[in-house]
Ligand binder design. Structure first.
Ligand code: FAD
Length: 516
């Protein structure tokens, strides 16, 4: 009884303090009458924290931050917004690792998904079906992939498809695609989902899958948060390997580098389990901790001689007991590749050590360094046939004098691993397409210069008729969004009309700015 009394008094106290600080005039007063009022935070210290993201390129404060304890709480807020005559927007915020304000809700309400209980055991459940036999994990949309991994490994299981960095939320990456070096084999993360619980822009809680409410299911995957808030995703699992043979192979010839990558992603039965690649030049060459100082010096000399080098990054998963056999298989695969002789570097690491590699690198930098760093990142998908033109015009042209150039990722996917019905836009024309990730760090002084270069790259692609798509796209006009989604645009608008007709959700994507 005393617990109930305390909660009651606290709620009254919170409600009184909300009234006393005045509700911002962008929010309807009726919000104060809801029994979720104690979960709404208005103080500037909190709203300021939610007005920036990882990119640090722009700022837009919400009027309030909402800290739900359950999916029902989120549904209550969205239902209220849907029926309120006073328009205000709502953005789910996962980890806020967008770089262009995609999780902002200027003047509206940001839902802090973490308050559902990040890392909470009852929000990550591993189970199985008998027919067809399959293992899966039910993970809350707010959960970080690293926590999902830790939990599934307790059962000897793992998701199959990843992002390079695991400290992102399930809901955040499934709203985009979730790509990494495993996607050539298993598709992106959005190809590895069985079922979703979604709260639509009308406040309805809907379970959807390929069989049930399939339009919503496909729409939400890669749907940039436009049709609903993901509160649970059922993700497919497979047995987890114990160890990883991790390789860095150095190329000086771009054609050989891409030819080998394409050969490796065509081997779906036996071969690498992970394929990525990078451009390295100037100061970036010696920044890797993968190789010894002596090897690093060798690589640096090569890069100086050729102006730039390409690094093919591969990985082969294995069980400890099969180590010597796997080593031999890797050796025979290496014989088929055309990297510079003597420039193959290998490492053996645990499975989790491999998957969590970016975080480990990241934490080596001090937190003060992070605060001052801006991230004007830019990602493209390009058809395989145009990758050579891109290399000449962009790496050897537009970015020629950038030193450091920052992290530049280059690796291919098999289109048939991407379900055509999902919202995510990819180049349509060819069976293989590449991702190019330009991921520089910048200062307040130079970020606009880098941004200008990204515009130049887009102009180049337009002029040359390259059928590109932006990944983690940012556009502001309807014409650009229409072009981005291409033949999927019509369905995208229809879904918006059906599931979020008032255009309440994820306004930071800037796709729909008024009710439909
Ligand atoms: P947020 O930034 O919080 O949100 C992103 C968008 O999704 C917003 O529009 C938001 O409203 C919406 N949203 C958030 N949660 C939900 C939900 N539960 N339901 C519906 N909508 C929701 N991407 C890759 O594919 N591969 C990578 O290897 C990769 N590496 C990265 C490394 C770093 C260091 C960073 C900063 C980003 C990386 N990304 C990568 C990009 C990343 O996947 C996206 O930015 C992703 O959206 C970030 O997840 P988040 O949880 O921070 O989402």
């Amino acid at each position: 009884f005393s617990h109930i009394t305390t909660v009651f008094l606290l709620t009254i106290y919170r409600a009184i303090s909300l009234v006393s600080v005045d509700l911002p005039d962008t929010l309807p007063l009726g919000l104060l009458d809801l029994d979720i009022v104690d979960k709404i935070q208005l103080d500037p210290n909190t709203t300021t924290q939610f007005s920036i993201d990882y990119g640090q390129l722009s700022q837009a404060a919400p009027a309030a931050v909402y800290c739900p304890s359950s999916p029902d709480d989120i549904a209550a807020l969205v239902r209220f917004a849907y029926t309120s005559p006073r328009y205000f927007t709502i953005a789910a915020r996962g980890r806020g690792h967008s770089v262009r304000g995609q999780a902002f809700a200027p003047g509206g309400v940001v839902v802090d998904m973490a308050s559902l209980g990040r890392g909470r055991a009852d929000r990550i459940n591993v189970s199985s079906d008998d027919a067809p036999p399959r293992w899966y994990v039910d993970a809350g949309g707010e959960q970080l992939w690293i926590d999902v991994l830790h939990e599934t490994l307790k059962h000897g299981l793992t998701p199959r498809s990843w992002t390079d960095y695991l400290h992102l939320t399930v809901g955040g990456t499934l709203s985009n695609a979730g790509i990494s070096g495993q996607a050539f084999r298993h598709g992106p993360q959005i190809s590895n989902v069985y079922e979703l619980d979604v709260i639509t822009g009308k406040g309805d809680m809907i379970t959807c899958s390929r069989e049930e409410n399939s339009d919503l299911f496909y729409g939400v995957l890669g749907g940039l948060g436009q049709f609903g808030i993901i509160t649970r995703a059922r993700i497919s699992l497979e047995p987890a390997p114990q160890r990883v043979r991790w390789l860095h192979l150095v190329y000086t010839n771009f054609d050989m580098f891409t030819r080998d990558q394409e050969m490796l992603i065509s081997k779906l039965e036996k071969g690498f389990d992970y394929v990525e690649g990078r451009l390295l030049k100037g100061k970036d060459v010696s920044s890797s901790s993968f190789i010894s100082e002596e090897d690093s010096e060798k690589v640096k000399l090569l890069a100086d001689e050729f102006g730039a080098i390409y690094l093919l990054e591969g990985a082969v998963y294995y069980e400890q007991a099969t180590a010597s056999m796997v080593y031999q298989e890797v050796e025979s695969l290496l014989k088929q590749l055309s990297f510079v002789p003597g420039f193959a570097f290998t490492k053996d690491v645990s499975y989790i050590g491999f998957l969590d590699r970016v975080h480990e690198e990241d934490t080596k930098q001090s937190s003060t360094e992070h605060e001052d760093v801006l991230h004007p990142w830019f990602n493209l998908f390009l058809p395989k046939s145009r990758i050579r033109d891109f290399e000449s015009a962009v790496f050897k042209g537009i970015l020629k004098n950038n030193n450091p150039v920052g992290l530049v990722l280059i690796y291919p996917f098999n289109k048939n691993k991407w379900d055509d019905k999902i919202s995510a836009a990819i180049p349509d024309e060819e069976e293989v397409f590449y991702t190019i990730g330009l991921l520089p760090s910048a200062t307040r002084e130079n970020w606009e210069y880098l941004d200008k270069q990204h515009h130049e790259i887009l102009s180049f692609c337009h002029q040359e008729g390259i059928e590109f798509k932006q990944y983690l796209p940012r556009y502001v006009t309807e014409t650009d969004w229409r072009k981005h989604f291409g033949r999927k645009w019509h369905v995208f608008v229809q879904l918006k009309r059906q599931y979020d007709p008032k255009a309440l959700l994820s306004p930071g994507q800037r796709i729909f700015t008024t009710p439909l």
